[in-house]
Design a protein around this ligand. Structure first.
Ligand SMILES: Nc1nc2c(ncn2[C@@H]2O[C@H](COP(=O)(O)OP(=O)(O)OP(=O)(O)O)[C@@H](O)[C@H]2O)c(=O)[nH]1
Ligand SMILES: [Mg+2]
Length: 274
């Protein structure tokens, strides 16, 4: 880590970075928090657009930054390099780690890595609506102890748990407010060995997955259309529906468009030519 390159001036405004895997809902959460008041920040040394917004949180102004989605803080992809460069160049007061609650067993690596980087953090288990539909249950208190950071269950899309989660962000910020904003310590992260076992242990007793996963719509349709007896009749029925639609809707609308075009030609275009 090159601390000499650190850009520390942020006018005393606490900076909170949102990080997480792609498609976990970071931008949706960012927009909900900032009420779409974001602008593209000017971050020297950062090659992609990173949105920022300054909004009030419990009476003080806070700057939120929406970082690109990445799978691994140690990875070498372009976006992973951007996040690495950002966190080692721009000190943050807090990191919000956004996780898809329905895929927590595949996403628990990031909170462990953020902890190894030495950054204060709050985990937001987003898409609680999806997790609820799948029957996934969380012991949040136990997960907080296991990860060593506050955990909130939210839906950035529908708003469940949002106010409580922002309360947790504010409290965490107050706890660390006396301390200075921090740069990510990648050297410590590189020294940490994260194995499958480490990840499993972090979730042990904290998450209950359903014994039988509910079928998705695609699986339900597959079951019907690929059925050994019903499959073929379903195929002929679908063909019948498609031909009826062409016959009943497609052909009459063709006549309608044709008469419309004739009317435009006779009533509007031809008088103009004479
Ligand atoms: N069901 C559900 N869908 C959500 C929720 N939050 C976000 N989504 C959906 O998840 C998808 C990805 O959301 P984004 O906010 O673009 O995710 P992101 O993490 O910013 O993605 P990247 O920037 O590509 O890393 C969108 O289709 C959202 O509608 C939620 O709470 N519930
Ligand atoms: Mg995004």
């Amino acid at each position: 880590m090159n601390k000499r390159n650190a850009v520390s001036s942020n006018s005393g405004i606490p900076r909170i970075a949102l990080i997480g895997q792609p498609n976990t809902g970071k931008s949706m959460l960012f927009n909900r928090i900032t009420k779409a008041r974001a602008s593209v920040g000017n971050w020297p040394g950062i090659t992609v657009n990173v949105s920022r917004a300054r909004v009030p949180l419990e009476g003080r102004t806070v700057e939120y930054v929406d970082l690109p989605g990445i799978y691994n803080l140690e990875g070498g992809s372009e976006d992973e390099a951007v996040v690495n460069r950002f966190l080692t160049r721009y000190p943050v007061d807090l990191v919000i780690i956004v996780i898809n609650a329905a895929q927590i067993e595949r996403q628990v690596l990031m909170p462990l890595q953020v902890k190894a980087l030495g950054l204060p953090a709050v985990v937001m288990l987003n898409m609680c609506d999806e997790a609820h539909k799948l029957g996934i249950k969380f012991d949040l208190a136990r997960l907080e102890v296991s990860l060593g950071m506050p955990v909130a269950l939210i839906s950035a899309k529908y708003g469940q748990g949002f106010d409580g989660a922002m309360q947790q962000v504010s409290e965490r910020l107050n706890t660390d407010f006396e301390s200075k904003p921090v740069l990510a310590d990648y050297d410590s992260l590189y020294r940490t060995l994260m194995t499958e076992q480490t990840l499993d242990e972090a979730l042990e007793g904290c998450v209950t997955l359903p014994e039988v996963w509910p079928k998705t719509l695609t699986e339900k349709l597959d079951q019907l259309f690929l059925h050994p007896l019903l499959g073929l009749p379903m195929f002929f029925l679908s063909m019948l529906v498609i031909f009826s639609l062409i016959w009943e809707i497609g052909l009459p609308s063709q006549d309608l468009v044709s008469s419309g075009a004739d009317w435009v030609q006779v009533s509007l275009l031809e008088p103009g030519l004479t």
